[in-house]
Design a protein around this ligand. Structure first.
Ligand SMILES: Cc1ncc(COP(=O)(O)O)c(C=O)c1O
Length: 421
């Protein structure tokens, strides 16, 4: 399959496709239950392959940020294309290992890793625990001593760079809880130097934030990483990598974004310019790996007209896809049983919150089903059972064929579990 058929498309007759197959056909084949996420695994694989190819054989690790979507079928698909994993919890780390990801291709990030999570990382022998504070670095040393291990650590720095993104996804500015601030770096390097049997400094990392549509802020934060890496080397630390983080944006329909390959090419050039050409370059993309290759399919429960306002009410809500409520994000919505266009509706979910609102879309005369596009990342992984609604189903499509349907607990299942509480 070519990448031009990847993700959501319409054919010449206006029929909605995912990964080249009519979505309505796939929905029927999957049993018809909604809300359901549909993922184009072949599209995800082709996307990862294009990121890997952008390194042109230079030492690299594409550490897929599992938080974007932790479905084993997806983690396995990205691993098949040579990617590793950026995990942020014992759950994500264990999942990656069970899927078969090599521990040397896993990094563990997160501002407040628990002792049991540090212990797991040390036992598994992952590439690096990314320490986000001097306090955490000391805790890592303590756990390594207790286990008689030497921890491979990287310092995740706060690059002090503002990005043009929603405040909830900006992580590299002075007021963010993430990363080690410039003023604390001396102390961090001294802690590593003072613990030669417990700590080995192998990398310097950052993650400036998400939804970057052009590489400038990414490169500015990468420059900060390189400065610290040069300083660490000068102090005798045998680094093996620099990690410039994830954050490559995608086009949600409003503005095009630079491709992940463009970010990688510019990052490689910068690393070379800074005299660090021999170090492995780690990147941590999440959204760009899965976002464009997933849709959330919902059934239209009813329409409602009130004055001039025409509402379209879905069986999917903010519990299934929280991005519009959390980040004021806008996802394109398309009718599955009509060609695009038609009358505008305000599309909302069933949840008892005014924030349960997907925005204004022209979806034609009351369709039976709609697809909410570009929902592969931070969709299912942020879903909840709020309002007593079971988690949505997930349907995996590969080479245009339905290969797996998972989840989709029913009402009885939800009630039974809550009765146990
Ligand atoms: C440390 C870290 N790395 C990578 C990512 C992935 O970012 P994105 O999905 O924007 O590529 C995140 C997102 O929150 C993150 O916190």
């Amino acid at each position: 399959m070519t990448t031009t058929q990847a993700g959501f498309q319409r054919d010449a007759t206006g029929q909605a496709l995912l990964g080249g197959r009519p979505l309505l056909e796939l929905l029927h084949e999957a049993g018809g239950a909604t809300p359901a996420y549909f993922y184009d695994i072949s599209g995800i694989e082709a996307g990862v392959a294009s990121i890997v190819a952008a390194f042109r054989g230079e030492p690299h690790l594409v550490a897929y940020a599992v938080k974007a979507n932790s479905a084993a079928s997806i983690v396995a698909a990205v691993a098949r294309q040579g990617a590793g994993v950026d995990a942020v919890s014992a759950g994500e780390l264990t999942l990656a290992r069970r899927v078969g990801v090599d521990p040397r291709r896993i990094v563990l990030s997160g501002v407040a890793k628990r002792d049991d999570e540090l212990d797991l990382a040390l036992r598994e022998g992952i590439l690096a625990v990314q320490a986000e504070s001097v306090t955490e670095l000391r805790r890592v040393a303590g756990r390594a001593r207790a286990l008689g291990a030497r921890a491979s650590v990287s310092l995740r720095i706060n690059p002090s760079v503002e990005i043009d993104s929603h405040s909830h996804v900006a992580t590299g500015h002075d007021d963010a809880k993430f990363g080690i601030a410039a003023r604390d770096l001396d102390e961090a390097l001294a802690v590593v130097a003072g613990e030669p049997t417990a700590l080995a400094l192998v990398g310097i990392s950052t993650h400036v934030g998400s939804m970057l549509t052009s590489p400038e802020a990414y490169l500015e934060s990468a420059r900060a990483v390189c400065r610290v890496a040069l300083e660490a080397r000068a102090r005798g630390h045998a680094l093996t990598f620099v990690d410039f983080g994830g954050g490559f944006g995608i086009d949600y329909g409003k503005a095009p974004a630079a491709t992940p390959a463009t970010f990688v090419e510019r990052a490689l050039a910068l690393k070379r310019e800074q005299g660090l050409g021999d170090l492995m370059l780690v990147v941590e993309p999440g959204r760009s790996v899965v976002g464009p290759y997933g849709v959330l399919v919902a059934r239209v429960v009813q329409a409602k007209q009130s004055g001039a306002r025409r509402w379209l009410m879905l069986d999917a809500g903010m519990n299934d896809l929280i991005r519009p409520a959390l980040y004021q994000a806008s996802h394109r919505i398309e009718a599955l049983d009509h060609p695009p266009g038609g009358a505008p509706y305000r599309v909302v979910g069933p949840i008892c919150e005014s924030a349960d609102d997907f925005g204004d879309f022209a979806v034609g005369d009351v369709p039976r089903y709609v697809a909410i596009r570009d929902a592969g990342a931070y969709g299912f992984s942020m879903a909840s059972e709020y309002n007593g609604r079971p988690l949505p189903r997930e349907v995996f499509v590969e080479g245009g064929r339905l290969v797996k349907v998972s989840g989709g607990g029913d009402v009885e299942d939800w009630v039974r579990r809550r009765l146990e509480a």
